[in-house]
Design a protein around this ligand. Sequence first.
Ligand code: G3H
Ligand code: ZN
Length: 281
Amino acid sequence: MTIAATGDLVADAARRGTAVAALNVITLEHAEAIASAAESVGIPVIMQVSENAVRFHGGRLRPIAAAAAQVAENAGVPIAVHLDHVTDDELAEQAAAAGFSSLMYDAGALAYDENVRRTRRATQAAHETGLWVEAELGYVGGKPDAPRSAHEPGVRTDPDEAARYVESTGVDALAVAVGSSHAMTTQTARLDAGLIARLRDRVPVPLVLHGSSGVPDDELRTAVGAGIAKVNVGTALNVAMTGAVRRVLDADPNLVDPRRYLAPGREAMTAAVKHLLEVMR
Ligand code: G3H
Ligand code: ZN
């Protein structure tokens, strides 16, 4: 199957009143697990590679981008590949040539005017290379190595400001701060579904939920019903993978073949993604 475009998957989900899951890829096993879960449930997904993951791979975008794109292209369901949480303009400039159909430009930690200025410029440049662009207003905290934020912890996205922001920047989708936080290892976040509905009514582009690993299943269903069209999940895969790897290694101190622990790690991620897709179905 040919690789899908993020904009098409999000638009399709929004039209049907549902959401598309966007799962973070750090290793090849993440990509394989995501594709295998999507195939078994029969639902399109987005694979996303974050700027932090690129940094983990020595700052080289092409190898991890190519791996994700190849897994997507060889999957039996439509899968798109997205470059996530980009703060570096030079990285953004490489996205289209590296095979991404979209990127999230992350100026969410900045004050409003500076966020608009940087995002408008990055969006224009990205649109010239055919990319679909997501950006953040408000601030979903909790990212490791996050820049110091201009916002108070817990700040939420204001609907009127969000409408102005989308108009001023020209972005194709908006990441909103509605109660979730990045890198949570327990599902204990409480979302403001009323705020999501007000944002949906006021903002002309699809809404994106970040930090969804910390959101309980029923809250996630409610958030999608209220207007979220793209659900970003990363940490839940890592919790699953690391737990499985730790169990295998703890049970056998003599084990050295990485396939013996990466296979259960990958299976655990597949199960986590399948569960998420079933919840959002
Ligand atoms: O952009 C990626 C997501 O917001 C991932 O957040 O790791 O807390 O699920 P999470
Ligand atoms: Zn995020």
